[in-house]
Design a protein around this ligand. Structure first.
Ligand SMILES: [Zn+2]
Length: 372
């Protein structure tokens, strides 16, 4: 699972993360809660174990403890003493109880990343991706038998995954991670984990709100046709975000209602958008019509960034950023396979995985020397 393909990461990198102001703050805030694990390992060591698990792409605590125990440099990076597997589980429970501190740490890392990458979060790609549960996911008790009613993970549910390149689509049992990824850096800026059966599109606006709450000025939201509906379009517009979605082939689209205005001189051309007015301007190709231009109110069929424009195509093309990031999180950062059950634990696992990824991206951005 965590084979040789994952990037090699060093013990120095782990120590660097623990010493970064953002992670050090989380350690001191957790210390201030006066919680003591049994036996009482230092909080810095516990946070170090959580980061090491993602950094080295290890699905279980048992193997994380094994790896850190075997390597002197890693032991030293977390302060010398290796916490027990039991202590790691207990620490997970503590982090769930102090989810607000973890969330503040994630927000702090993102704020520092934004300082390194001005304009980060302007264009975000939003999508969901499957996280199969750590559970018996056989839908039927036996071949042609009744549908299974009790599963080892009661929060998980049956969802559908779409076909991607050579992989076939189909049903799976588990969760779905929904994320907004900055297309410029490829980094997630807001995410949530929900049970697999929950539809994707209702989470899009909440992700935009979360990104805004974290200080990102989202300008465009890029989504596939599953998100192409009126409420998402209007919700984006209410947030001053221009939605860029593939066109869903509805009855109105079949009737051609999505097309630009046209006249006997041909199809009219795009002549600009007015964000305040929430409308786009179109012109008669020869200018012979009176009036020669008119405004079209923005809706999902006629978005502010018209689908006919090169800008829209370019933005839509950048949507690949979210799929690539899901792939990296799953395969290089051990977002999968899940080895915890229950929505709250899966959420914590996703938060810690993405925090490790973001903290590494931050330390790399800071390490790049300024151009001479
Ligand atoms: Zn005309």
């Amino acid at each position: 699972m965590d084979g040789t393909k994952v990037p090699r990461r060093s013990a120095a990198e782990l120590a660097g993360l623990l010493d970064s102001p953002e992670i050090a703050r989380l350690v001191s805030e957790l210390e201030a809660t006066r919680w003591t694990g049994r036996p009482g390992y230092p909080i810095r060591a516990m946070v170090g174990m959580a980061l090491a698990k993602s950094l080295y792409s290890i699905p279980t605590w048992t193997r994380t403890v094994g790896l850190v125990s075997e390597h002197a440099a890693l032991r030293e990076a977390i302060g010398g003493e290796v916490p027990s597997v039991y202590a790691c589980y207990r620490f997970g429970a503590k982090l769930r109880a102090y989810a607000n501190l973890l969330d503040a740490c994630i927000a702090g890392v993102l704020e520092s990343l934004r300082a390194e990458h001005p304009g980060m979060g302007a264009d975000v790609a939003i999508d969901g991706s499957d996280l199969p549960a750590y559970a018996n996911g056989q839908r039927y008790v036996s071949k042609d038998g009744p549908e299974r009613e009790r599963f080892s993970d009661p929060d998980a549910s049956w969802g559908h995954r779409s076909a991607v390149s050579t992989r076939k689509g189909g049903g799976y049992y588990g969760y779905k991670v929904h994320a907004a990824v900055d297309t410029a850096t490829g980094l997630p800026i807001a995410w949530t984990v929900e049970t697999a059966s929950a539809a994707e599109s209702p989470f899009a606006l909440a992700l935009i709100d979360k990104a805004r709450e974290r200080g990102f000025q989202v300008k465009t939201a890029i989504m596939d046709k599953g998100y192409d509906n009126g409420p998402i379009h209007d919700g984006c517009m209410d947030r001053d975000v221009a939605p860029v979605t593939a066109l869903r082939k509805t009855e109105r689209v079949k009737r051609g209602e999505h097309k630009p205005p046209s006249c006997e001189h041909g199809e009219w051309t795009f002549a600009g958008a007015d964000y305040k007015r929430r409308a786009t301007k179109w012109r008669c190709p020869t200018g012979e019509c009176k009036p020669a231009s008119r405004w079209v109110k923005a809706d999902r069929l006629h978005p502010l960034i018209p689908r006919e424009t090169a800008r829209s195509r370019k933005l839509y093309h950048s949507r690949g950023a979210v799929e690539r990031e899901f792939g990296r999180l799953k395969h290089e950062w051990a977002l999968l396979p899940l080895r915890v059950r229950g929505l709250e634990r899966v959420r914590l696992h996703a938060d810690l995985t993405i925090l490790a990824k973001l903290a590494c991206a931050l330390s790399r951005a800071r390490a790049v020397p300024l151009a001479a």
